[in-house]
Ligand binder design. Structure first.
Ligand code: UD2
Length: 325
C-alpha cells in the first residue's frame, strides 16, 4: 500500500485530505508544526495515522519524515496575503524554505510524487478572465511570490531530478474546519463566525472584487486525482483547482447573511494591500487531464459551511462562561 505524507495535516485542507486517505484505508503519515493547525482537526482519525510534530524549516526532521513515503500532499504553509505583507520574512521562511526542505527530503528519500498546494494569487490581476494556466504569472504580494516560487521549484525538481510533481492552484478554498479566529483567516470562515455571533463584518474596498470560491470537497477530489494520474500526463505541470464561477464579495455577503439570519449591512473599510480584484479560473485543463469535475457548487458549499459553523457556534454557546474560546 502507498504511504502518503500529508504536510499541514492538522490544518483545514490537510485534515480533509488526511480524512479522505484514512477512509480509503491508506497508510498516512501526518505532519504539522501546530502553529496554525489544530489537534482536534485530526482527533477522529488519530489512532489510524502516524502523527509527526515537525516544522518544515527543520531540514533534518523534514528529511526523516519523507523516508518510506511514496506520495506527498504538501499543504503546510503560512497562508494569507495580509500576513505576508505585514511579516514577509516569517511567511517567506515557512513557505519557501519549508517547500525547499520538503523537496530535498523527498528527492533523497526517493519519494515518487509531490502534489503541491499552489495559489491562484500567482495570477495577480492578469486579464483576460477566466485565468488559464498558460497565462504569464503576475504575483503581487509576498505570499503570492512565495507560493509561485514553490511551483517553480517543483517544476525544476521534475526536470532535473525526475521527482514527479503536480501543482494545484487553489482558488479561495472554503468549508468546515477553516479557522475563523485570526485576523488573517479566510473571508468565508471569518464572516460565517461573525454573522452567527451577531458581529458586523467589514468588507475591504467596495466589495466588487470577486473570487472563484471553491468548496473543500472539490479540492480533495483534485488532489486524489493529481496523485493518481499518469506521470506522462501530469508530471511537472500546474492545474487550476476551482469551481469555475466567480462571486463578488457583496454577493457572497448577502447570501451568507441570508443563510445565517444576519440582518445588518457590512461595514466598508479600506482595500487591503496586495489584494487582487478578480479571480476566476478556467478549469478545462484539470477537467481534461485529471478528470476533475467539481461536485459541490458554491451555493451548496456555502450551505454546508454555514451549517458547520452554526453547529460550532451552538456548541460554544453551551459551554460554561469562562471556558469559551
Ligand atoms: C488568496 C488566494 C487564495 C489563497 C489565499 C490564502 C487570491 C485571489 N486568492 O486569497 O487562493 O491562496 O490567499 O490565504 O489571491 N476580505 C474582506 N474582509 C475580511 C477579510 C477579507 O473584505 O474581513 C476580502 C479581502 O480583501 C479579499 C477577499 O475578501 O478581497 C478574500 O480574502 P481572503 O483573505 O479570504 O483570501 P484572498 O483572496 O486573499
Amino acid at each position: 500500500m502507498a504511504t502518503y505524507l500529508v504536510t499541514g495535516a492538522a490544518g483545514f485542507i490537510g485534515s480533509w485530505l488526511t480524512q479522505a486517505l484514512v477512509e480509503r484505508g491508506e497508510t498516512v503519515r501526518a505532519l504539522d508544526n501546530f502553529s496554525t493547525g489544530k489537534r482536534e482537526n485530526l482527533a477522529p482519525w488519530r489512532q489510524k495515522i502516524e502523527l509527526l510534530e515537525v516544522d518544515l524549516r527543520d531540514a533534518n526532521a523534514t528529511a526523516r519524515a519523507c523516508e518510506g513515503v511514496e506520495i506527498i500532499f504538501h499543504e503546510a504553509a503560512l497562508p494569507s496575503v495580509p500576513l505576508s505583507v505585514k511579516d514577509p520574512r516569517t511567511s517567506h521562511t515557512a513557505n519557501i524554505d519549508g517547500t525547499f526542505n520538503l523537496l530535498e527530503g523527498a528527492r533523497h528519500a526517493g519519494v515518487r510524487r509531490v502534489v503541491y498546494a499552489a495559489s491562484s494569487s500567482a495570477y495577480g490581476n492578469r486579464n483576460p478572465l477566466p485565468q488559464v494556466e498558460s497565462m504569464l504569472p503576475g504575483p503581487l504580494s509576498p505570499y503570492a511570490v512565495q507560493k509561485f516560487a514553490g511551483e517553480l521549484y517543483l517544476r525544476s525538481y521534475w526536470e532535473v531530478y525526475g521527482l514527479e510533481t503536480v501543482a494545484l492552484r487553489y482558488f479561495n478554498i472554503f468549508g468546515p474546519r477553516q479557522a475563523p479566529d485570526s485576523p488573517y483567516s479566510g473571508v468565508m470562515a471569518k464572516f460565517a463566525k461573525m454573522m452567527l455571533a451577531g458581529e458586523q463584518p467589514t468588507i475591504h474596498g467596495d466589495g466588487e472584487q470577486s473570487r472563484d470560491f471553491t468548496y473543500i470537497e472539490n479540492v480533495v477530489q483534485a488532489n486524489l486525482k493529481a496523485a493518481a494520474a499518469p506521470a506522462e500526463k501530469v508530471a511537472g505541470r500546474m492545474f487550476n483547482c476551482a469551481c469555475g464561477k466567480p462571486y463578488t464579495l457583496n454577493q457572497t455577503y448577502k447570501l451568507m447573511a441570508e443563510l445565517t439570519g444576519y440582518k445588518n449591512p457590512p461595514l466598508y473599510g479600506p482595500s487591503r494591500e496586495g489584494d487582487i480584484k478578480h479571480s476566476y479560473a478556467d478549469i478545462s485543463a484539470a477537467r481534461e487531464t485529471l478528470g476533475y469535475a467539481p461536485k459541490v457548487d458554491f451555493l451548496e458549499g456555502l450551505r454546508r459551511t454555514v451549517d458547520w459553523y452554526r453547529e460550532q457556534h451552538q456548541q460554544e454557546s453551551r459551554k460554561p462562561v469562562g471556558t469559551r474560546v
